[in-house]
Design a protein around this ligand. Structure first.
Ligand SMILES: Cc1ncc(COP(=O)(O)OP(=O)(O)O)c(N)n1
Ligand SMILES: Cc1ncsc1CCOP(=O)(O)O
Length: 552
């Protein structure tokens, strides 16, 4: 039957996994996660299990012919926007999946057909689902096709020889070497004191090590290692949700990531959304049977700030930073200019938040420019932010620093914090927002909101809907909107909830900068935020993960 044009087509996700007679894990958990993302879940049963909340009593793979028939039926009418594999239970079934993924990718060369591999080698209740032959087949045949693999620490170790003492970081590296494009090792915070370590610790060190373990235990950590033009690596941490009902957590997490990929997100962003959905699922988990009840994700998971993880290079989730709040007079127009002369010009028009963004000038000129800009801004009580050059900003007395994601690793965040500088950080997507939030900056810049001609960027413009979403989600941090702004767009951005609107070209490339500044000031002054009517359930992707050309 032809589709109704008024009803949007939902992305299709195939889950190829096992049934759970108890309704907690496997395909049942997958379906709950897929529903929460508004995708259509189709399923191919690879194995049937008899289980309840306390034990698995029987596991039987379906025949390769039965699995193949289901996949062929799906391929004929509802080809996938993403695939997730769970319990496959036999080498033969794994090979059926491999053949189908290869065939689909050959049939749709223009899209990635993302594959999320959730290796199910055993149940939390103790049953083993995999022998050595199946583990080898995962390593050699399925993982080389994976867009994302989501093992827990035990599963990750099961494929890596002599890995019993390896932590999530080297394990993820090893799995990427097997061919998985991105890996998240879940539950990587099982930071128990190993006996060897116990023997070596002095009494004084033991107390602080135990305190460290205790504070980490309040957080659930997963190690992310992904690449999509940029490398995103680090500990994704969210506050642990106390519940005994966590059956199906791994299935929900992996299916949620597949659903996010079906919406076009790259792996790093998909993993953040998956963690948010899993957190929501744990909040909403319930009892069914005598053991752990099922995790129950639901729509709206990505609108709750408490579900948003932070992304840190170290597994210490409690940020030791809290950068100063933006002064009240910085609300509204944020001019970005490339010389101290321009700083003087915009401040003369009444602008009170200005960024000096100077690229590629000799070091002595840079020092002169920053020093002059600081003096001009201080003379009129305006706030001067320096882009990139954090050491000079510190040394020469700027009010703050703006850093891009690529600048974060090289900057001495402790020194900036200690000196009481304002800190702004650029973000363009979920994982970047998580990384920025780990530092509790003074503001988070979201961009590009509209297409910009200032520089080439890989990101799809976010638009006002994303901006409104970010402003609502990040309600504890001022959001600065940037990218392709003019007066009308600046007003819309303020209505969407932005603290300030950053503008480059509409000022510095204007034929009449004075008039342009006047219009921008009017547009950003005392605009009240629109009532949050229909905010999106989650932000639209800014890096199209379904586009194989970008991923290559
Ligand atoms: C307010 C604001 N937002 C974003 C940027 C961009 O910074 P960055 O990502 O470091 O890119 P460059 O400006 O260095 O090209 C900014 N400067 N200011
Ligand atoms: C640096 C930067 N980061 C995101 S968009 C952008 C460019 C903003 O310039 P313009 O206001 O001219 O579009």
């Amino acid at each position: 039957m032809a589709g109704d044009d008024a009803i949007p087509r939902r992305p299709v996700v195939w889950t190829i996994a096992g049934t759970d007679s108890g309704g907690g894990a496997g395909i049942h958990a997958d379906t709950r996660a897929l529903d929460a993302f508004g995708v259509h879940g189709a399923c191919a049963v690879a194995a049937v299990t008899a289980q309840h909340s306390l034990a698995v009593t029987h596991v039987e793979p379906v025949s390769p012919a039965v699995l193949g028939a289901q996949l062929e039926a799906l391929a004929a009418d509802m080809p996938p926007d993403a695939i997730k594999t769970g319990l496959l239970a036999s080498v033969e079934n794994l090979r059926v999946v491999v053949a189908h993924v290869r065939r689909l990718r050959a049939r749709f060369p223009d899209r990635a057909v993302p594959l999320v591999v959730d290796p199910v080698f055993g149940a939390t209740t103790g049953a083993s689902f995999a022998d050595e032959a199946l583990r080898v087949a995962y390593r050699e045949e399925l993982l080389p096709l994976a867009t994302l693999a989501t093992p827990n620490v035990a599963e990750a170790r099961a494929l890596v020889p002599s890995s019993q003492l390896l932590g999530p970081e080297p394990l993820a590296r090893a799995w990427r070497a097997f061919g998985a494009r991105a890996v998240v090792v879940t539950g990587g915070d099982s930071d128990r004191l190993a006996e060897e370590e116990l023997e070596q610790l002095s009494t004084a060190r033991l107390a602080s090590r135990l305190a460290e373990i205790d504070s980490r235990a309040a957080w659930a950590h997963d190690w992310l290692d992904a690449e999509h033009g940029q490398r995103s690596r680090g500990w994704l941490a969210s506050r642990r949700i106390e519940t005994e009902h966590d059956h199906g957590t791994g299935c929900v997490f992996a299916s949620a990531a597949a659903a996010a990929m079906a919406h076009g997100f790259v792996a790093a962003d998909a993993v953040v959304l998956a963690k948010m959905a899993t957190c929501e699922g744990l909040r909403n988990a319930y009892a069914a049977g005598g053991g752990a009840g099922p995790v129950a994700p639901r729509a709206g998971f990505a609108t709750r700030l408490a579900n948003l993880p932070v992304l840190n290079p170290l597994p210490d989730a409690d940020s030791r930073f809290a950068f100063p709040a933006m002064p009240g007079h910085t609300r509204g127009l944020y001019a970005i200019v490339d010389s101290s002369a321009w700083v003087a010009r915009v401040l003369a028009e009444g602008v009170r938040l200005v960024q000096l963004r100077v690229k590629e000038v000799p070091a002595d000129l840079l020092v002169r420019e920053i020093r002059a800009a600081v003096a001009i801004a201080r003379a009129v009580g305006a706030t001067l932010i320096v882009n990139d050059h954090w050491e000079l900003a510190l040394e020469l007395g700027a009010h703050g620093v703006h850093l891009g994601q690529d600048d974060l690793a090289g900057a001495d965040i402790d020194a900036l914090h200690h000196a009481g500088l304002l800190l702004g950080i650029s973000t363009h997507s979920y994982w970047e927002v998580c990384r920025a939030r780990a530092l509790r900056p003074s503001y988070i810049a979201c961009g590009p909101i509209h297409a910009t001609t200032l520089k080439q960027m890989p990101w799809i413009p976010q638009g006002d809907a994303n901006l409104a979403y970010w402003c609502a989600l990040l309600h504890d941090t001022p959001v600065v909107a940037i990218g392709g702004m003019d007066a009308a767009r600046a007003r819309d951005a303020m209505r969407a909830g932005a603290w300030a609107v950053a503008v480059v070209g509409a000022i510095t490339r204007s034929e009449d900068p004075r008039a342009a500044i006047g219009l921008l000031q009017q547009a950003t002054a005392s605009v009240s935020r629109a009532a949050p009517g229909s905010l999106p359930a989650f932000a639209r992707t800014t890096l199209d993960g379904s586009d194989t050309r970008r991923l290559a």
